[in-house]
Structures are given as C-alpha cells and as structure tokens.
Design a protein around this ligand. Sequence first.
Ligand code: SAM
Length: 170
Amino acid sequence: MKVKVLRLGHRYSRDRRISTHVGLVARAFGADELLMDVEDKQLGESITGIAQEWGGEFRVSFINNWKKFLREFDGEKIHLTMYGINVDDCIGKIKSSRKDKLIIIGGQKVPSDLYELVDHNIAIGSQPHSEVAALSIFLDRLFDGKELGRKFNGRKEIIPQERGKKVIEK
Ligand code: SAM
C-alpha cells in the first residue's frame, strides 16, 4: 500500500514553514510522497535534502490540476477536515483495505467541491487545529504506531540516548 499526501492551498512565503513540516511529518510517519498543487522549488529542495541525509525513498512532486489528479487516483481518497466523520469511527474500515491512499489536507479554506470528490471526509476530533497535527495523528492510526520504528537506512542515524545526542554518519 502506497500512501501519498496532497497539500492544497500552499502560499509561497506565508506557508513555507508549515508546508515543510507537512512534508517532514509525512515522511517520518510513513507516507511515500508529498504532492503540492503549486510549485515551490525551495520547499521541495528543503524536504528532499533532509530525506537524502536521513534516508528513505520519500519524494516531493508538484501537480498542475489537482482535481484531475484526484479523479484519476487509483485508490482511496481521504480528506482530513474538522467537519468529517470522527477518525475512530472509520479507521478500522480504511485500514482493512490494502488500496493505495491519498490523504488530502488544506491550508486556508479548501474548495467546497473537494468534499464530493473524495471517498472519506475524516475529522481528527471536531475542533479546528492544524494540518500537521491532523496528518500525524491520521498516519499514526493508519499504521498502528508501527511507523515510528521504521528503519530509514540513511547516511545519518540517531542512536537513542537518555541524555545528549549520538548520531552516526555512514
Ligand atoms: N477554517 C479552515 C477550514 O475551513 O478548513 C481550517 C483550516 S486548518 C488551519 C488547515 C487544515 O488542517 C484543514 O484544511 C484540515 O485539512 C486540517 N485540519 C484542521 N483541523 C482539523 C481537524 N479537527 N480534523 C481534521 N483535519 C483538520
């Protein structure tokens, strides 16, 4: 099962930090690719630079027409929104399918037709918070927490310590 994250509504300078966090969380929590509906080379280079150092196969791509992409996506389309069905009421069914997943998160207000174009509108609690928090909790539920133990086989690797920092470089 491949997992992709589509981040809609990125605004260049204003959202660069949070969109970078979306990419880093997607990678660290088990997704395979970040897709953006606007091209931001600086953002792409920053995330892929980290992936090159710390390992894994994570990719960042830019798409011109997200509605066409959504329509043609062969798998389950999951929009994270505070207005949706609570994650605990639907994650069992979503996990039982091995179909590829496309997780869609917004920034500013998302277009209203998005709600109709997806298979699931899912809430991580029915309060407004953040795309980074929503994505991390959804991925953690999808992978049952096992994503945190995944090996990335990067050039750099942290050896966990009670105190201090230990990093080996290969
Ligand atoms: N007012 C905006 C709206 O109408 O969607 C909220 C934007 S919020 C800052 C940015 C993104 O975070 C949303 O598009 C959604 O993907 C995600 N998000 C925020 N709260 C959420 C929640 N409780 N459950 C699921 N996703 C959430």
